[in-house]
Structure formats: structure tokens, C-alpha cells
Design a protein around this ligand. Structure first.
Ligand code: PLP
Length: 394
């Protein structure tokens, strides 16, 4: 390898992946066939058709749940789930201060109050212990999300919820098909949700689904959505493209998990880039993103956003994670009980690798990730210096 080839792309070198990250979603014959069938049969123009029926029955079997309701997006699914749990004006809903922003906004939409709790120090996921400290007489529900390949401890959270008489909404948008302590992610809570958004593991460009064992919860959701017509629908064409992806989900999850094991091993020398890990037994997470805890000190003081930028210049889809919810919303909007210091660490230090490269079965693709990290690590002080020259104040 010549010097020029080994030079970071952010400093003008040749990118390790000049072609950029793999495309998502991928072209797939089964998806094309399903679309063609829906078009040929005329079902694509129907409000209620074969594809939605098939999707409901497949998901119901896959998750072993009684009720499955497809809808317009993962965000809509969370809103409907909260309505199904009777969350209303003045009620409190507990969620992690490090979570998907739409979950916070959905609580406000219902006139309820988000109660933010800190994340666990090791996993940067919500924990039963933190939830317990935030409960009040007004607590109506808990939102537990599994984020960036990390897993919320559902057995403990559900046990706590049951004892306290508080409903649990499990947001499994980032890990359809994952197994947590021997049970499907999303089916631990009183109600669970998936997203079919454009970047997600099961994708219809847009869309989502909610599922539950409870007749009452689903009855309330249906009363809300059915206004002579479904006000939050998933179209027949959307349902048609999801069905074949569900058939392939377990296989693809296995491939992604294998890739994550490979990556973890190949990145183990870089102590400033620690992959999210789960210690729950009988658990295999899903990987919409693989999260990392980033330590600037181990990369010559390079800040997290600059590191992500240098990786993207190499053609690797690495991005900062979420903003902590209390740092981007007025304190008038939420309540909190204790310190949110770990959520603030997550806000500053999370990096996420987008999943398409994990679907590759060519080890060369995965090796490019660790090659890019190594190259940036080697040239860290030069990258930091060149940035200081460009922005002398920072
Ligand atoms: C993507 C996502 C959602 C919402 O999904 P959309 O379909 O994009 O509305 C909700 N929660 C989490 C954790 C997500 O990652």
C-alpha cells in the first residue's frame, strides 16, 4: 500500500470505500414479485386487501401475538400504542433521557408529561432501577426502547411494571426479530411496535406496526383509527413489500450478528471505540445500528463528530447518535427525578454504524471498517491539527 493510499480521505487521501456505504434497501426479486402480484390482482388499489391480511397473519405467527395492527409509521405506532394504554392529559410517561425524539413528542401530543430517567452506566439503555425512582401516582406508562444494538432489560422492567400496575410500551423499531431472554423483542411489554421506515431492517419506505395480546388495548387503538376508514393506514403496496422481507428476517439477522462478532474482534485493539454489548442470557440483539462508546482521548483528542466525519470520508456510514432529550427541549416540557449524567455522556459519545454493511457476506467489506479506524487512529493528531487550522477558534 503506497503512502497516498494509506492517507486519510479527510486529509485528501483515497477513500477506503470510494463507492461509499452499501445501498439500502437492496434490490430483491421476491419484493419485485410481491409488488407485481399486488398490481396484477388489482389489490394495490384496495383499502383492505390480501397483502395487509397476509402481513398481519405472518407477523402474528412470527411473534406469537394475538393482535397485529399495521399503520403509517413507527412514530404513529408509538402514538397509537400510548392511546391504547389510555395515556391522556396530565398523565406521566417514563422514558429514557437518551431515546428517539419522536417518543418524547408523542407523549406531548397526548397532553401527557414525559418523565426522563437516566440510562444505565454500562449499557446506555433504560433500566428498571431508574424507572422505579421516577414513579409517581400519575405514572400511566413506561416506554422501553432497544437502541443501537443494546437491549433494555425487559424481564426486570416488565416485572416492575406488573408489580406497580404500570403499562409497558416496548419500542423494538431498531430490532425486529431479536430475541431477549428467549422471547421476541417487542412482545415483552403490554404493547410493542416496529417501524417500516426507509432505513429500517424491514422497510416499506414508510410504515409501522403495533402488536399486543390485550383485547382492550387493541380495541381502543381501533376505535381511534377507524373513522369509517383507517386514518393511519399501511397501504397494500407497502404491506406487499414487507411480507417477503419478514420471510428473510431471521437469516439476515443471523448474518448481521455474525458481522458484528467479526467487527468486535477486529476493533478490539481500539479501546476508544467500545461496541454496545448485552449481557442478558439467551439474548441475541438486532442491529439496525451498531452503537459505540467513543473516547476522544484515545484518538488524539479528536472530537466525536470529527471522527465520524473522517469515517464517512472513508465511505463508512458512521454517525453521532441521538441528542439527549433534556438538552434539546425546554425544561417546562418534561419532568425528571435524578441526575441525567449518563444520558449526557451518551449524547456526547455515541457513534452508530448503519446496518447495510453488516449485511455483507464478504469479510473484505467488514475489514474496511477496521482499516478506516486504524488509518484515522494513526493520523489522529494530523487530522486534529488540520481542523484547528481551518477553524482557529475551536
Ligand atoms: C425509527 C424509530 C422509530 C420511529 O419510526 P418511524 O417509522 O421512522 O416513524 C421509533 N423508535 C425508534 C427507537 C426508532 O429507531
Amino acid at each position: 500500500m503506497s503512502t497516498a493510499e494509506g492517507f486519510p480521505a479527510i486529509l485528501g487521501g483515497m477513500p477506503i470505500r470510494p463507492q461509499g456505504p452499501p445501498l439500502w434497501p437492496v434490490a430483491d426479486e421476491a419484493i419485485q414479485d410481491a409488488l407485481q402480484q399486488s398490481i396484477n390482482s388489482g389489490d394495490w388499489g384496495r383499502y383492505q386487501g390480501h397483502s395487509n391480511e397476509q402481513l398481519v397473519s405472518s407477523i402474528s405467527k412470527f411473534l406469537d401475538v394475538k393482535h397485529v395492527v399495521p399503520c403509517a409509521s413507527g412514530t404513529a405506532a408509538v402514538e397509537l400504542a400510548l392511546r391504547g394504554l389510555k395515556v391522556g392529559v396530565g398523565d406521566e410517561v417514563i422514558l429514557s433521557a437518551y431515546d428517539f425524539k419522536g417518543n418524547f413528542q408523542n407523549i406531548l401530543t397526548l397532553g401527557a408529561i414525559p418523565v426522563l430517567v437516566d440510562v444505565d452506566q454500562k449499557s446506555w439503555q433504560i433500566s428498571a432501577e431508574m424507572i422505579a425512582q421516577a414513579v409517581s401516582s400519575k405514572t400511566r406508562a413506561i416506554i422501553a426502547s432497544h437502541l443501537h444494538g443494546g437491549v433494555a432489560p425487559m424481564p426486570e422492567i416488565v416485572t416492575f411494571g406488573r408489580t406497580a400496575g404500570i403499562a409497558v410500551l416496548e419500542d423494538a423499531c431498531q430490532m425486529p426479530g431479536a430475541i431477549i431472554a428467549g422471547k421476541q423483542a417487542g412482545t415483552w411489554g403490554d404493547i410493542g411496535v416496529w417501524s417500516f421506515g426507509g432505513s429500517k431492517l424491514l422497510s416499506a419506505g414508510r410504515g409501522g406496526v403495533l402488536f399486543s395480546q390485550s383485547d382492550d388495548i387493541i380495541q381502543r387503538v381501533r376505535l381511534y383509527t377507524l373513522r369509517g376508514n383507517d386514518a393511519y393506514p399501511l397501504s397494500e403496496l407497502q404491506a406487499a413489500v414487507v411480507c417477503p422481507q419478514l420471510d428473510q428476517l431471521n437469516l439476515k439477522n443471523t448474518i448481521r450478528s455474525r458481522s458484528v462478532e467479526f467487527l468486535k474482534a477486529s476493533l478490539s485493539d481500539f479501546t476508544g471505540l467500545i461496541p454496545f454489548d448485552c449481557t442478558l442470557v439467551e439474548t441475541s440483539p438486532g442491529y439496525y445500528k451498531l452503537g459505540f462508546q467513543y473516547e476522544p482521548g484515545k484518538f488524539g483528542g479528536m472530537d466525536r463528530d470529527l471522527f465520524a466525519q473522517a469515517m464517512r470520508a472513508e465511505g463508512i456510514a458512521l454517525d453521532p447518535g441521538f441528542r439527549a432529550l433534556h438538552l434539546i427541549h425546554s425544561a417546562r416540557r418534561y419532568k425528571t427525578t435524578g441526575s441525567l449524567v449518563e444520558a449526557e455522556h451518551a449524547d456526547r459519545q455515541v457513534l452508530t454504524l448503519h446496518h447495510p454493511i453488516l449485511g455483507s457476506q464478504d469479510p473484505a467489506d467488514l475489514q474496511q471498517v477496521s482499516q478506516a479506524v486504524a488509518r484515522i487512529h494513526t493520523h489522529a493528531s494530523q487530522i486534529v491539527k488540520s481542523r484547528k487550522k481551518q477553524n482557529p477558534e475551536t
